[in-house]
Ligand binder design. Structure first.
Ligand SMILES: Nc1ncnc2c1ncn2[C@@H]1O[C@H](COP(=O)(O)OP(=O)(O)OP(=O)(O)O)[C@@H](O)[C@H]1O
Ligand SMILES: [Mg+2]
Length: 309
C-alpha cells in the first residue's frame, strides 16, 4: 500500500502527511494541513495529541475517524467533574465478590482475600482497557473533554500516559505491550496543566475557512445542492463574525443544511432563516439578535460576497 507502513493494511499507519490527509478524507474527515501534520507526527512519534478548540469543530470526531481508518478499537474516557482514578481504570465487582463469599460459606470453605481480588472480579474501565493488547494493534484512546476534570486526576493521567501503565493496588501494575494512540480534547473551560500539555503535541482546532467548510459539507451532506451549500456556509461564516454568546460550529452547519434539505429548501430567504435559526444558534439572546431585519441584511451581504466579481 503506497504511502503507508505497517504489517497489515488494517493497522497501517500513514508514512507521510499527505497519506494522513488521504486516510482521514477516506472517512469523510476534511483536515487542515496543520491538523494532518500533528496527527501524522503524533502517530509517528507515539506522542499523545492534545486538541483544543471551540465546540463542534471536529475534535472528538478525529479520534473516531482515526480508529475507523486504522482499524483500531476506539476506547473513550468521557471526563466529568469528580471523575477519579478508580472510575477511569477499574472497579471491583463487590456484588460478585459477595456471591463468591456466600457460595464458599455454603460449601463450608472459606474465601481467601487473594481469591477475591483477581481479574475475575475486576470491572475494566477505559484506561485499563487501553493498556490491554487489542486485535489490529494498539487502540485509539480518546480522553474527551479533559477540562471537565480536576488537577489531581490530571496528575494521575500524566503518570499513566507517560509510563503507558496503570496500577491497581490489589493486583499490581499493568503495562501496555504497545502504547495506545492517545487523543485528548478540551473546550478550554479552564487551562489544562502545563505538565500534561508538555507531554503532548498540541493543536488548536479553529473554525474552517469557507472552502474547507464547503468540503466538509460535501463530505457530510452530499445531497445538498451547490447553491444551498454555498449560502449555508457563507451565512454561518458571516454569523461567526458577529458578537454572539455561542458561535455555531461545523456540527451546526451540517445540522442546518440537513434541516433545510428536510424542508425541501433550495435557497435561503429571511423567512426560512427565521424559522430554522434554532439549528445553528442555541441561545435565545443570540437568536433575537439575528432574527428579523438583521438576518435579511446579513443574507444580502453574504450573497454579494458569494457573487464573483
Ligand atoms: N473537519 C471535519 N471534517 C468532517 N466532519 C467534521 C469536521 N469537523 C467537524 N465535523 C463534523 O462535526 C461534527 C461535530 O464534531 P465533534 O463532535 O468532533 O466536535 P467537537 O469539537 O468534539 O465538539 P464539542 O467540543 O462540542 O465536543 C462531527 O460529527 C462531524 O460530522
Ligand atoms: Mg467533542
Amino acid at each position: 500500500m503506497a504511502g503507508f507502513r505497517g504489517g497489515c493494511c488494517v493497522s497501517a499507519v500513514p508514512a507521510t502527511i499527505d497519506a494522513t490527509e488521504t486516510l482521514l478524507a477516506g472517512q469523510g474527515y476534511v483536515a487542515s494541513r496543520a491538523l494532518a501534520t500533528v496527527v501524522f507526527l503524533s502517530l509517528k512519534l507515539g506522542r499523545p495529541l492534545f486538541l483544543e478548540g471551540e465546540a463542534g469543530v471536529g475534535k472528538t470526531e478525529i479520534a473516531k475517524t482515526l480508529a475507523t481508518a486504522l482499524g483500531r478499537r476506539l476506547i473513550r474516557l468521557q471526563c466529568y467533574e469528580g471523575l477519579d482514578a478508580a472510575s477511569a481504570v477499574a472497579e471491583w465487582n463487590f456484588a460478585a465478590q459477595m456471591v463468591a463469599i456466600r457460595a464458599a460459606e455454603a460449601t463450608g470453605g472459606g474465601t481467601a482475600k487473594a481469591d477475591l481480588f483477581t481479574e475475575e472480579f475486576l470491572i475494566e474501565r477505559p484506561l485499563l482497557a487501553a493498556m490491554r493488547p487489542q486485535p489490529g494493534g494498539a487502540p485509539v484512546l480518546l480522553i474527551d473533554e479533559i477540562d471537565r476534570t480536576d488537577a489531581p486526576f490530571e496528575a494521575f493521567l500524566l503518570e499513566a500516559l507517560s509510563e503507558a501503565q496503570v496500577t491497581i493496588p490489589e493486583l499490581g501494575t499493568i503495562r501496555a505491550p504497545e502504547p495506545p494512540i492517545v487523543i485528548l480534547t478540551s473546550n478550554r473551560t479552564r487551562e489544562v496543566h502545563d505538565a500534561l500539555k508538555r507531554r503532548c503535541l498540541y493543536h488548536w482546532v479553529d473554525y474552517p475557512g469557507f472552502d474547507r467548510e464547503m468540503e466538509i459539507l460535501h463530505a457530510r451532506a452530499p445531497e445538498a445542492q451547490e447553491v444551498l451549500s454555498r449560502e449555508v456556509v457563507g451565512f454561518v461564516q458571516r454569523l461567526r463574525r458577529e458578537d454572539l454568546f455561542k458561535k455555531p460550529g461545523v456540527a451546526e452547519t451540517i445540522d442546518w443544511a440537513k434541516c433545510l434539505l428536510a424542508l425541501d429548501v433550495i435557497a435561503l430567504s429571511p423567512e426560512v432563516i427565521a424559522d430554522t435559526l434554532g439549528a445553528i444558534l442555541k441561545y435565545q439572546d443570540d437568536i433575537q439578535k439575528i432574527s428579523g431585519s438583521e438576518a435579511k441584511r446579513m443574507l444580502e451581504q453574504v450573497r454579494q460576497e458569494l457573487t464573483p466579481a
